[in-house]
Design a protein around this ligand. Sequence first.
Ligand SMILES: Cc1ncc(COP(=O)(O)O)c(C=O)c1O
Length: 383
Amino acid sequence: MTEPRFDPNLLQVPLYVAGKAVDEVKMELGLAEIIKLASNESPIGPSPLAIQAAQQALLNAHRYPGVADRELRQKLATRLGHGLTVDNFLLANGGTDALRLVTQAFVFDGGNTIMSRITFPMYPILTLAFGGTPKIVTPLPGYGHDLAAMAGQIDEDTRLVFLCSPNNPTGDILTQAQMDAFLSAVPRQVVVVLDESYRDFVTNPDYANGLAFVAEGHNVLLVHSFSKSAGLANLRVGYLVGPANLIEYVRRARLPFHVGDIALAAAAASLDDTEYHRRNRQAVLAGRDYLYAALRQLDLCCCPSQANFVTIIDPPLPAVELSERLLRRGIIVRTMKAFGMPNAIRVSVGSRVANEKFIAALTLELAETGNKEYETYEQYQRH
Ligand SMILES: Cc1ncc(COP(=O)(O)O)c(C=O)c1O
C-alpha cells in the first residue's frame, strides 16, 4: 500500500510552538502557582459584559451562526468611523486566521511576500504553507522595519507586504510619515497587510492609524484582534479592515459559518464596554511603566515598546537559560529566536502582582549568576 501524499509546502512549515500553558507547567514542575507572561494576554481578564453575552449565546449553541457576524461588522463600522461600512470588514477566528485568509487569497501559483526579519513569525510560515517565497528584510539598527529596503524588494511576483505596528516582538510603531512615504512607493498590485493587533496600547501620537489608509483607498488590509485589547484570546475573534473589493474577494477563503455566535456575542459586548477598555489599557500602560523602571534598575536593555509586552535584549545569561530558570520559579516568559531575536526574552505586561513577582524572580536569577547583590527572595523583598 502506498502512503498518502503530503504537500511539500506544508511540510516546510514548522509546527507553531505557542507559549507554554499554565496547567502544563504546573504538572511538569509540580508548582502550585504559575504566572504566565508569555502570550501577551490581558492582565485583567475579559469584560463581564462579554462573559454575560457569551453565556446568553450558549443557549443557542444548537443553532448555526446567524446575524451576529453582520451585527458585529456594523458595530465595528460605527465605532471605527472613517466612513467605513460592513463591507469593509471580514471577521475571522483571531488575527492569525485573518492572516491565513489573506495569505491563502493572494499567495497562489508561487509568488513572494515581504516582511522584516524581526517580526511575527506567522508571516513567513503562512507564505510557505501556501507555496510562496518569503523575502525577509534586515531591519534598521534599532530593529524597526526598514521600509525603504522592503519597498526595494518588491518585484512583479510580490503579492503581499507584511507590516506589524506595534511590532511583535519589539513593540515599536510605524509613524504616519513613514507609512505615507512607504505607501507612495508601493505599486497598486501589491497588497499591504498592516497588522495592528496591539494598536490599543499605543501612546505615541505619531502612530500611523491604518484606518485612514483604507478610507483613502489604498490596497491595505488591516489585521485587528479581540485577543489582547478585549481579553478574549481564547474565543478567537479577529478581523480584517480593507477596501470592499479586497474584502469580498478574501471572503471566498472563509468557511460557511466561519466564526461562532458565542465568540461573536462576546466580542460585540466587549466593544460596548468602554469602561473595560479603559481599565485594560490603563493596567497595561501602568504595568509597562513599572516593568521599564524595574528593568532599568537591573541594567537590562529593553526595546521601547508601545505594546503590552517588553522585550529584553541580550540578558546577562543566555535567553534560553534565563527563561528556563524563570520557569523553575513558576514564571513563563517567551524566548524570541523564532521571532528573529536569537538572544532575547519577551515578557507580557501582567497584573501588578504578576509583574512584581516576575521582577523579583528575575532579580534573584541575576543575583545567582553574580550580577546583583540579592541571594534569597527575602533579601530581595527587604531591599
Ligand atoms: C503581531 C500579531 N498578529 C496577530 C496575532 C494574532 O492574535 P490572535 O490570533 O489571537 O488574534 C498576534 C498574537 O500573538 C500577534 O502578536
